[in-house]
Ligand binder design. Structure first.
Ligand code: PMP
Length: 420
């Protein structure tokens, strides 16, 4: 049982949640996949670096120099965290959505982008706005890979866009295999690692095999750091030739009154004063996760996942949803429905009566939820290094209670408090 205590300390672990009726309970945060709480080590780092808050790249003063080196060193930390190639660019962005939109402006003209129907809207809408094709995933991973292969074999696809792990079900995609298939057909691959990076070691360079990841995007706020920072890592040629993501100061080599020569490298896409604290905290989180004992990390997550799946399996009317009948791996995300109960009301009841926070809805994946036959949504519990067995047990007990006793929904929320 000791192994199911938190693996790392996170901020907010002792938060008290108000219950309907006036009691309070320790908040069981099972919504890590939306935004994970900051690591305590990240919060400490933020406190340490806050005094050096200053303009990056533009000032000669002491604080500016420190801020600039924090910001630039953060690129190196990210590079090591994802095992990027030495000549890959590391561009800081606002989040995964921003990173993928940035890349969409850099895909060579005339190249189509191919994506699956399982994607988060962030890895679908940027491509939909340009030449694209899509593939509906099959019930098995093996058949899905075959469909991707067939679509690529027509030619014309320059980029395969795929998630590393589903934000809906947590299933992990076989990225190295997908990369090899893309490369066989002359396409590159971008991996949306918003969900994968907080849960698994990533090896972009994949020891020089054909399974290399060309581009990778993820967000700080899902990686146990605060909001406002993300990264796009990948091959510099497209990024250096692409449309600058934002027009403005810092992204230029030379400006004349009616013309500009844009900079190369990450600066090209980082106009405006950058989020130095966001980059520094994201990097600190990457450093801490990168130094975790991998076996302990995975054991912690899989034990929580197994406990949740076992608990839910014993409750009548609970269905756990998955994408593929042959997927072997999943991160700390479990998606389920309770027969006869609206997902939004179940989530409200779990919050109001049990202090459990999870996500309900369509998870920014409308095409997938429609295909899964869940047009009005389902429930998602997600957890990570700060999670405890007790959180999962409270969720299971809450679901069992509402199946046995029905929903007590005669209350509303008023200024963050449940009122009967
Ligand atoms: N992709 C996936 C798989 C996600 O889970 C999310 C966040 N839910 C995103 C992209 C978008 O991340 P962000 O909101 O940080 O841009």
């Amino acid at each position: 049982a000791d192994a199911l205590e938190p693996l790392l300390a996170v901020v907010g672990a002792d938060l008290r949640a108000p219950l309907v009726g006036g009691d309070e309970v320790r908040y069981a945060n099972l919504d890590y996949a939306a935004s994970a709480p900051s690591l305590a080590a990240v919060a400490d780092h933020l406190t340490d670096v806050l005094p050096f808050y200053a303009s990056v790249h533009r000032g000669a003063g002491y604080a500016s120099q420190i801020s600039t080196s924090l910001y630039e060193n953060a690129r190196g930390t990210v590079r090591r965290f994802v095992r990027a190639r030495p000549d890959d660019a590391v561009v800081f962005t606002r989040n995964t959505t921003d990173s993928l939109n940035l890349l969409a402006g850099c895909v060579p003209a005339g190249s189509e982008v191919l994506y699956l129907d399982i994607e988060h809207h962030a890895n679908l809408l940027p491509w939909q706005a340009r030449p694209h094709r899509s593939v509906v995933a099959a019930p098995s991973l093996a058949e899905t890979l075959e469909r991707v292969r067939i679509s690529l074999s027509d030619g014309g696809v320059g980029l395969l866009a795929v998630t590393g792990a589903s934000n809906v079900t947590g299933e992990v995609l076989p990225i190295a295999e997908l990369a090899a298939i893309a490369h066989e057909h002359g396409a590159r691959i971008v991996v949306d690692a918003a969900q994968l990076a907080p849960h698994r070691r990533i090896d972009m360079a994949a020891a020089g095999t054909s399974g290399e990841i060309d581009y990778l995007a993820f967000s700080g706020h899902k990686l146990y750091a605060p909001f406002g920072s993300g990264v796009l890592v990948g091959r510099a040629d497209w990024l250096d030739a692409g449309t600058p993501h934002l027009a403005g100061g810092g992204a230029v080599r030379e400006v004349r009154l009616d013309a500009v020569t844009w900079a190369d490298g990450p600066a090209r896409h980082e106009a405006g004063s950058p989020n130095v604290l966001g980059a520094a905290t994201l990097a600190r989180a990457a450093e801490v996760l990168g130094s975790l004992d991998e076996a302990a990390w995975q054991r912690h997550e899989q034990q929580l996942r197994a406990a949740l799946l076992e608990g839910l399996a014993e409750i009548d009317g609970v269905t756990v949803h998955r994408l593929f009948d042959d997927s072997k791996e999943a991160i700390g995300v479990v998606n389920f429905s309770v027969a006869g109960h609206d997902a939004g009301l179940v989530a409200a009841c779990l919050s109001a009566e049990h202090g459990v926070g999870l996500r309900d809805g369509r998870f920014c994946a409308h095409p997938l939820l429609k295909r899964l036959g869940l047009p009005s949504g389902s429930l998602r519990a997600s957890f990570g290094v700060g999670s405890r067995l007790e959180d999962v047990e409270r969720l299971v007990a809450g679901v069992r209670g509402l199946v046995e006793d029905g929903l007590g929904i005669d209350y509303a929320v008023d200024a963050g408090r449940w009122v009967p």
